[in-house]
Design a protein around this ligand. Structure first.
Ligand code: ADP
Ligand code: ASP
Ligand code: MG
Length: 424
């Protein structure tokens, strides 16, 4: 007998029929004698709809701005998961399975007070575990917890993955299964490159990079937690027949295992390609090249919660003036330009230029640590397709390249094939 956490994403619970199908997956594990906690997302599209309502409410109510109370945002957007957790409990009960729903505050899942992007601090799973031991399935609303101010807090978009892994760590589950609309983690997004291959295993570090660099199959924070707490996490499909052979396999279920790198026997140099859309590039021209200039630029941006990603500084010929180029999410570009404008004197630049709608494509693989020439292969392949590179950053296990938006899909496919990822 094992303890298993099963998480089902938005497309897996998109309507009543799919919720019934999810209940069959859960029943399979219950019938095999396992203790089960289930984490659900809202029905697909629901959270977007709720976010839209929140964003429109101030203006509809007569305000001349779209600013809203982040605590009320959380009260609204957390509701999608309340619906699916109740519905799944009802579906399970109808199949003769003992089940009940749990909202984040009922467990409770304690978070910090960063409403809209809260972090889980602690999960007191005692009551839930006692009931699981008595044979009751816990159906937990993902994406939500309880802040220190006693208000509902949500964990950032895609946060149900994090709820699931955190619960798996808290209840010391043997396994955490993330069920979604693809049957595992692929070498790149299978919706962009049909030749992408499913990976049997991927190392935590690689999955962390893939997720941070745009592969939305898992929320970044969930991978961090799985890595720190050594949660055996599988990504697998909810769309397969729940009773197909092998679906209930305890040690080797179908899907991709996220694991320590030494569990991977045949490590490739490059494991995958990720991409992130909607990047904006900002360039400050003719800055005084003096100590403190970077702090003068990035300090105010950080204070305004603007996430700066790639940074490139040109070394000027005579050492007096320099250019600084960096990227931010497109949604933050306007705010960044305003902050830079307000600090123009202090920073001391001549002109600022910006460009939105760019894409960052990234090549990821821990094998890069011990192989030279990986970056050169990417640059050559992109050049052959006439794709211009605007900025580059590298780390030990990844190369990120900024390009024009319209070339995103071509670049992903080009990089995917230049490392032979489409060949098994
Ligand atoms: P859920 O609603 O189940 O949480 P998401 O939409 O958040 O599902 O994540 C699943 C999606 O992630 C897939 O439909 C796929 O298009 C996308 N994706 C991006 N990169 C990858 C990848 N490397 N492997 C698998 N899926 C990926
Ligand atoms: N429903 C939330 C979202 O759409 C959380 C999740 O699906 O993981 O972001
Ligand atoms: Mg998701």
């Amino acid at each position: 007998m094992a303890r298993i956490v099963m998480k089902f994403g938005g497309t897996s619970v998109a309507d009543l029929d799919r919720i019934r199908n999810v209940a069959r997956h859960v029943k399979r594990e219950v019938d095999a004698g396992h203790e089960v906690a289930v984490v659900v997302s809202a029905m697909s599209g629901k959270t977007n709809e709720l976010v839209g309502w929140v964003q429109n409410m101030p203006k509809v109510a007569g305000a001349d701005h779209s600013i809203y109370d982040a605590r009320e945002y959380d009260a609204v957007v957390a509701s999608g998961e309340q619906v699916t957790s109740g519905l799944l409990a009802i579906a399970l009960q109808a199949m003769g399975v003992n089940a009940r729903s749990w909202q984040g505050w009922q467990i409770p899942i304690r978070t910090d007070n960063a409403h809209g992007a809260a972090r889980i601090l602690d999960i007191d799973g005692e009551d839930m575990v006692r009931r699981m031991k008595d044979g009751q399935v816990a159906v937990v609303a993902g994406f939500q917890g309880l802040g220190p101010d006693n208000r509902i807090a949500t964990l950032g978009r895609g946060g149900s993955d994090t709820s699931a892994v955190a619960i798996a760590a808290a209840v010391k589950a043997d396994r955490c299964d993330i069920y979604t609309d693809v049957d595992g983690v692929y070498t790149t997004d299978p919706r962009i490159e049909p030749k992408a291959r499913r990976l049997k295993k991927i190392a935590f570090e690689e999955m962390l990079e893939m997720a941070s660099l745009g592969a939305k199959v898992l929320q970044v924070r969930s991978v961090e937690l799985a890595m720190v707490f050594k949660v055996r996490t599988f990504v697998r499909s909810s769309f397969e027949d729940p009773d197909a052979p092998g679906m209930g396999d305890l040690l080797n279920p179908p899907g991709t295992l996220i694991c320590d790198e030494d569990e991977i026997v045949e490590q490739e140099v490059v494991t995958g390609i990720a991409y992130a859309k909607d990047e904006a590039q900002i360039s400050l021209r003719r800055l005084a090249d003096r100590p403190g200039v970077s702090a003068a630029i990035f300090g105010p941006l950080a204070e305004n919660h603007i996430n700066v990603d790639m940074i490139v500084q040109n070394i000027s010929e005579d050492g007096s003036k320099t250019d600084m180029t960096f990227t931010v999410p497109s949604g933050d570009a306007e705010k960044a330009l305003r902050v830079l404008g307000e600090n123009k004197e202090k920073i001391g630049y001549d002109v600022v230029q910006s460009e939105s709608g760019l894409v960052k494509v990234s090549v990821i693989g821990i094998g890069m640590r011990s192989h030279a020439g990986v970056a050169a292969t990417a640059f050559r392949a992109l050049a052959e397709k006439g794709i211009n590179i605007k900025a580059i950053t590298t780390s030990e296990i990844k190369i990120s390249i900024l390009i024009d938006g319209p070339y995103a899909e071509l670049a992903v496919r080009t990089l995917h094939s230049c490392y032979g990822l489409d060949k098994s």
